[in-house]
Design a protein around this ligand. Sequence first.
Ligand code: SAM
Length: 412
Amino acid sequence: MTDPTRSAALDLLISVLDRGRPLEEALDALPPTEARDRAAAHRLAAAVLRRMGALDAVMEPFLKKRPPVVVVHILRLGAAALLLLDTPAHAAVATAVELTRARRLDPFAGLVNAVLRKVAAAGVATLEECDGPRLDTPGWLWAAWGADARAIASAHTQEAPIDLTLMPGAVAPEGGVALPSGSWRYPAGTRVTELAGFAEGQFWVQDAAAALPARMLAAQPGERIADLCAAPGGKTAQLIAAGAQVVAVERDANRIARLRGNLARLHLGAEIVQDDATQWRPPELLDGVLLDAPCSATGTIRRHPDVLHLKRPSDIGALNAAQDALIKAACDMLRSGGRLVYAVCSLQPQEGPARIAAALKRLPLRTVPVQAADLGLPPAAITAQGWLRTTPAMWPELGGMDGFFAARLERL
Ligand code: SAM
């Protein structure tokens, strides 16, 4: 019998690496399986995507010539099980051989067996001896991250913890640690739906860094605020919980459904508009806009390691045009003195500081600097201009945080 986890993990790798599909989408497309198998397949496929450069380097000396790509994926899954997930050697090798046969690749079963036995014998030390952070990171990302590249890529080798934002007055579920920025942190792999208070809507999942842009906007009770590009709604929830009158604008129908579902669980109400935020305009000018723009998502590689394999340098230019158009629209929605927070979960300077520098030249906006201490952050998280720039290498002793850029601006 083929191991359902390993088989599903192989399907996930084929979807992401050979068909260019995002991992989340590939997960949704898996045939119905036990939730436990699905979670295990996700974890295994994510481990391969995260450490693929290093895993390939470890196996290279044992491969005289490269077998078909499906066989390479089976080897990667086997090597990840052995070296990253502590699967006992006999089980990791036997499962890979069975899977090779199940996929009608019998002629390669011997090769899979031989290579994985050698990987098992070489042990975890071989993985540690190679320059993992560099091997796991595409050159264009490494170059764009500059002096921070090694620290960021090293942080990507670890699974991210789970962070929660609590409803005002809610008690944190057991097992968490309070972070200096106000979020609560739980170990990687925590089953959130099983935590006390989930069904009652006492919290939502949101990386500690992702919770910062709404805190920077500091919405006041009764203020009229638009949340542009709102789904799945983590920031919308923060703005409503702060007492603002929120309109959430999102153009994707499927994502609107997720936004509605999330707000319903939290018993939070907002006006929800399905529209392109570059075209939509409020009936009257607003006190604030939170613009969490579409981006390359390179700040979330710890949670979405498929980003390493799917994004291309050419994607950034198209995103920049969309980001500029959204900033212009957001500015047009504000009253004089109204606040705009522009945020992206990206580590790429062209999506963050470069967009704001361009906007400040052509739009009636000025920066309202933020202070590290006000957000409970290390000073390095704030740039000389007073903009937020977090990376996964920050808070190393607490388990890092996603990479985010955010700027607080005021309409002149
Ligand atoms: N703010 C969300 C949160 O905190 O949960 C995450 C937003 S995600 C980074 C970007 C979202 O923007 C996606 O849901 C995408 O469908 C939406 N989007 C992209 N371009 C848009 C546009 N022009 N108008 C409205 N929504 C857009």
